[in-house]
Design a protein around this ligand. Structure first.
Ligand SMILES: *Cc1c(COP(=O)(O)O)cnc(C)c1O
Length: 361
């Protein structure tokens, strides 16, 4: 078997080996059906059982109430940038946004295109999005408050979420869903593209509270209404079957190997501290996010001598440490430490960084 690298890609990203092995083992015969998961009907009992199991596991792990619907949609997290304002800003109300990075900015832009009332109540654009604004609170009566819980590109993450003040929170959790436990009750809607922390590309998870469904207008296309998918258990049309199946396996992997999100968070904190502590104690590397706003999932850093970054990334790749190049819009380096990355992988990266600094310092 070809050696597997430590994969620090931001997304699509590393997945648990045991999940990939199970996919391989049962690819030709899904649960005794005599058909591949890529061939079974999405209307069959075996498929729907699997989908319902995924929903049940996600609800258990996230402690979601029974008044939440879990939807499996297509079009990526990027389609939620317009579906959220299309569905959830009733006439005469205003939505609030926090601008903490490139993905937040894209969500705001779609709201603008739709010409929906919205205001940006806080932003960290003044310092290249290297921090999370403090003391953010929703204005009572707002349609919702939208924020990006983890800024994949800039390497920042909300520690305490914005104060809801009775306003439904809406969050893009694409790159940190299931990385830690939190109280879901102030959230009206949570969305996440699967390809960072949940599974392969092709499916987007939307968790929506039932009271939010009452706002959905009838004059938008059927496929773009949350009610359509909620009423049909994500089976209004053909869903991305393979992607949902792999998400179900990842959720099972989390429950079987960690039990709960407290344990997942402990390991994520250990991994992130390992790397941040090393960076903080080195003159050769420096973190780009403010220490109190740093992400556990995406560690962004530079080499003090930026001219060495190309060599650093190339040699990391040669050493079986993939994907440490920063996003093209910000440059530098980034190591993504999603749930499926183990502590050994981060240790290997730190060892490599140490050796590279010794050779080139
Ligand atoms: C990757 C990412 C997106 C875009 O996801 P797509 O599924 O490619 O549309 C949106 N928001 C965040 C926070 C992301 O990390």
């Amino acid at each position: 078997m070809a050696a597997r690298i430590y994969n620090f890609n931001p997304g699509p990203a590393t997945l648990p080996l045991s999940v990939l092995e199970q996919v391989k083992a049962e690819f030709l015969d899904f649960k005794g059906s005599g058909m591949s998961i890529s061939e079974v009907s999405h209307r069959s009992a075996v498929f729907e059982e699997m989908l319902n199991d995924a929903v049940a596991r996600l609800k258990r792990l996230m402690n979601l109430s029974d008044t939440c619907k879990v939807l499996f949609l297509q079009g990526g997290a990027s389609s939620q940038f317009f579906m959220v304002p299309m569905n959830l800003i009733p006439e005469g109300t205003t939505a609030e946004y926090v601008n903490t990075g490139s993905w937040s900015a894209k969500a705001i832009k779609e709201t603008q295109i739709l010409n929906k009332n919205h205001t940006v109540i806080a932003s960290s654009q003044d310092r290249n999005y290297c921090y999370i604004p403090k003391n953010v609170a929703a204005t009572p009566g707002a349609a919702y408050l939208h924020f990006t819980s983890n800024n994949t590109i800039e390497g920042t993450q909300w520690d305490a979420f914005p104060q809801a003040n009775g306003v439904p929170l809406v969050s893009d959790m694409s790159s940190d869903i299931l990385c830690r436990p939190f109280d879901p009750s102030p959230f009206g809607l949570i969305y996440a593209g699967a390809q960072k922390n949940l599974g392969p590309a092709g499916v987007t998870i939307v968790i929506i509270r039932e009271d939010m469904l009452e706002r959905v207008p009838k004059d938008i296309p059927t496929m773009l209404r949350y009610t359509t998918h909620a009423e049909k258990n994500s089976l209004y049309n053909t869903p991305p079957c393979i992607a949902i199946y792999m998400v179900q396996l990842v959720l099972k992997w989390i429950e079987d190997s960690f039990g709960n999100l407290e344990a997942v968070e402990r390991r994520n904190r250990d991994k992130a501290s390992l790397l941040y502590n090393f960076i903080d104690n080195s003159d050769f590397y420096r973190g780009t996010a403010d220490p109190d706003s740093r992400s556990m999932m995406n560690v962004t850093f530079r080499l003090t001598d930026e001219n060495l970054e190309k060599k650093f990334i190339a040699e990391a790749t040669q050493s079986q440490l993939g994907g440490v190049k920063g996003h093209r819009s910000v440059g530098g380096c980034r190591a993504s430490l999603y749930n499926a990355m183990d502590v050994e992988g981060v240790r290997s990266l730190v060892d490599f960084m140490k050796a590279f600094a010794a050779k080139n310092g």
